[in-house]
Design a protein around this ligand. Structure first.
Ligand code: NAD
Length: 290
């Protein structure tokens, strides 16, 4: 069997400083001990990310779970200047779950990527082959699907596009391991493994609520106590972000074509109302705005 070499990785770029991007930066610095630049086009989001990072660090310090707080912080920097991507040899895209936004970003990144820069997408459902098709070096594009919250959840689902090279795959598996993660591999199919299974479950729970079959509390308690999961599907949907859930359902519905993946009208209405879950302060439940 051929052995493929892993590329040397010395600096990571994470694009999108939302809940996922911030978590990825935390594990890059804390576990892989690598410097990381977090990019966000929205300065308000970058500020939110910095205060989340600060809170996370305080909690870890209190529990005595971080040995080098100064180095942890100094390894993480923020920027809105995409040209700084040229300093990074591994870039992880974690912007909103929207193909046109991701494809426009991939085009903007092209001038700053070398022949060997790996470009991983944290997409929950969008085809890696399609994203790679927009990139200057499709062989360097891969899916690296972290779970939320990234510092807590061990899994990274790795997705090879048709064009992904064995070196890109090996480097991604090795970096994930350095970040303290365990990988599974999926074919490049809509929703991969995790969201092909999870999202129809969440969508069905929203439909049960929509049909008035039970209250949100009873739906969540039934699934939590009945299937031994840490949170019920509606609470989980709020936690993921209802906009993200809707985007994933739309990808499953349009790409697979089966009506069983049609997003619940209640989910569509909540997103139209701007009720996006925990991140907007209201979803199926109410949250203190951060
Ligand atoms: P989020 O809404 O919390 O964050 C997205 C961030 O991207 C925002 O800060 C936004 O300002 C920024 N952004 C948008 N367009 C940008 C651009 N062109 N350049 C730079 N920054 C830009 O979303 P999230 O929950 O962190 O999700 C991000 C990605 O991770 C999505 O693809 C999502 O499907 C995936 N994902 C989400 C979860 C989850 O549970 N939320 C889990 C796994 C994967």
């Amino acid at each position: 069997m051929l052995k493929f070499l892993s590329r040397h990785i010395s600096k990571i770029g994470v694009i999108g400083a939302g809940q996922m991007g911030t978590g990825i930066a935390i594990v890059t610095s804390n576990s892989a001990k690598l410097p990381v630049i977090l990019f966000d086009s929205n300065p308000v989001q970058a500020q939110k990310s910095e205060s989340f990072l600060q809170d996370w660090l305080q909690k870890k310090l209190k529990k005595n779970e971080i040995s080098d707080p100064d180095n942890f912080k100094s390894r993480i920097s923020y920027s809105s200047d995409l040209s700084k991507v040229s300093e990074c040899d591994f870039v992880i895209e974690a912007i909103s779950e929207d193909f046109s936004a991701k494809s426009s970003l991939f085009s903007k990144l092209s001038p700053y990527l070398t022949q060997t820069t790996i470009l991983a997408s944290n997409t929950s459902s969008i085809s890696i082959t399609k994203l790679a098709g927009i990139s200057k070096h499709p062989e360097n594009v891969i899916g690296m699907h972290f779970m939320n919250p990234v510092p807590v959840m061990t899994l990274v689902e790795v997705i090879k596009g048709l064009q992904t090279s064995p070196e890109t795959l090996k480097s991604t598996l090795d970096l994930s391991k350095k970040m303290g993660k365990v990988c599974t591999e999926s074919l490049d199919r809509p929703g991969f493994i995790a969201n092909r299974v999870l999202m129809p479950y969440i969508n069905e729970a929203i439909q049960v609520l929509n049909e008035g079959i039970a209250t949100k509390e009873d739906i969540d308690s039934t699934m939590k106590l009945g299937t031994n999961v840490p949170m019920g599907p509606l609470q989980l949907a709020d936690f993921i972000g209802l906009d993200t859930c809707l985007s994933i359902m739309r990808v499953l519905h349009s790409e697979i074509g089966d009506s069983k993946y049609r997003p619940s009208t209640l989910l569509v209405n909540y997103v139209n109302a701007g009720w996006l879950g925990k991140k907007s302060g209201k979803g199926f439940y109410e949250y203190k705005k951060n």
